[in-house]
Design a protein around this ligand. Structure first.
Ligand code: KG4
Ligand code: ZN
Length: 419
């Protein structure tokens, strides 16, 4: 686990950060202290008085939320206004560090998070032109993810919130991914060369919506009936979609992280070149399975009769078509108005193309965040946290890292009978 010297270093850095920004004049809106945030941080949720007080009055508008994300191999801090406008979204990737091991090494990830946490928060505040005391709350990913990695963000987020007298709310990483669909991606890089008309997504998506969360560890089809109301309709029975991409990348000798490498290799291949199996499982199932596909790719690679480009393109097409069929089946079954994509794999060009064209053909509104908001980032965490805060949700100072946290698990909030 993390050594004492690391912890001491982190604490003194946090103290400096809160102190340094204490009298910052750079706020986009009035100071948090003036809005009564000073009194007993976190006590609103603790007393339960503000809990479930509805959309009105639970937070000052437009609330400035500092989001923190450290669940895997990206240290990220962001400031988001009113749950929608991204003022900053700093992402420090550890990819170069883990590449030589062919995957994320948890202990290395935790230590790197410790090093990058404070610089990331500093840069996020600076870019947003605010100090800690200008903020209304801190939202931090508390699970699921790597225990040690999560612990850095949770501990740092709690310390920052406590020191600056702010509310603090834990965020489920997967719910964070879903909330990337509620952010205004704004102009900028998202408008250039991306396979999406949703660079500026317009008004928030309407409920009920079906969300396909496809990340390195999850492939979940989730019905979202309203803010904070989730029903899992299906999930993978073996590999997650991202895991399948990463394994296929390894089979093709592409290295890590696999998804983006398979994606770019596939651009030069023929998606119809290799016939690969698609697992639909039993009639009506919304679950997925990618292990058979991965084994088939391994077999084709060994045979050596197809180019890596054709294999990559065919693999991608097989994944995208199964995911699209399952996702639109979920939309039909639930009568949802919108299909939203979330998680790192939704940055995949073939998946985006397939979803958008199927949506057009079937008359279903499809939302996909721009690629930079699909992969891990703290703006999505701030957005999810904001929507919890307006519903009166807060977390206690005993919030912990929860590596196996499930979607919709409310035990992370005060007064919910949890931790
Ligand atoms: O959501 P994410 O950034 O982290 C997790 O929560 O897991 O997802 C990471 C996963 C990795 O498996 C990565 O290979 C995959 O998303 N990924 C992609 C692409 N970009 C990232 N997979 C396919 N195509 C991409 N363009
Ligand atoms: Zn993620």
């Amino acid at each position: 686990m993390l050594g004492n010297e690391f912890r001491k270093g982190l604490v003194s850095d946090l103290v400096k950060l809160v102190g340094k920004n204490q009298f910052s004049a750079g706020g986009a809106s009035g100071g948090g202290a003036a809005s009564g945030q000073e009194a007993a941080p976190g006590s609103k949720g603790a007393s339960g008085e503000d809990a479930a007080s509805g959309e009105e009055g639970a937070v000052r508008e437009p609330a400035l939320v500092l989001g923190i994300e450290t669940s895997c191999d990206e240290t990220s801090a962001a400031v988001v206004a009113g749950g929608i406008r991204i003022l900053s979204n700093i992402i420090a990737s550890q990819v170069d560090l883990h590449r030589k091991y062919g995957g994320v090494v948890p202990e290395i990830a935790s230590r790197k998070h410790l090093e990058t946490f404070i610089p990331c928060v500093n840069e996020a505040l600076e870019q947003a032109g605010v100090g800690m005391r200008d903020l209304d709350a801190v939202a931090v990913t508390c699970g699921p993810g790597l225990a040690g990695a999560l612990l850095v963000g949770v501990t740092g987020g709690k310390a920052l919130a406590y020191g600056a007298g702010l509310d603090m709310v834990g965020v489920n990483h997967l719910e964070g991914h879903i909330y990337a669909n509620f952010l205004d991606a704004g102009p900028g890089p998202a408008l250039r060369g991306e396979h999406t008309q949703q660079a500026r997504q317009g008004p928030a998506p309407e409920f009920p919506l079906v969300c396909l969360v496809v990340s390195g560890g999850h492939t979940d089809l989730i019905l979202m009936k309203g803010h904070g109301s989730y029903e899992v309709l299906g999930r993978t029975r073996d590999d997650a979609a991202g895991e399948a991409f990463d394994k296929v990348a390894r089979l093709l000798g592409l290295g890590y992280p696999g998804g983006p490498l398979v994606d770019s290799l596939a651009q030069k291949g023929d998606p119809d070149a290799v016939a690969l199996p698609k697992a639909y499982l039993e009639e009506g199932s919304l679950d997925t399975s990618f292990s058979g596909l991965k084994t088939a790719v391994a077999h084709v690679v060994r045979q050596g009769s197809f180019s890596p480009e054709d294999i990559a393109a065919s693999f991608q097409k097989a994944v995208a078509s199964v995911l699209a069929d399952k996702a639109f089946a979920a939309v039909r079954r639930t009568g949802a108005r919108v299909l939203a994509l979330a998680g790192g794999v939704s940055a995949n060009s073939e998946l985006r193309r397939t979803m958008l064209s199927s949506g057009e053909r079937l008359g279903v509104a499809v939302r996909i965040p721009p690629p930079r908001l699909c992969t891990d980032n703290a703006a999505m965490v701030a957005c999810a946290g904001y929507h919890g805060l307006v519903r009166g949700l807060r977390s206690g100072w005993d919030l912990n890292a929860l590596p196996n946290l499930a979607v919709g698990d409310e035990s992370i909030y005060l007064g919910a009978g949890g931790i």
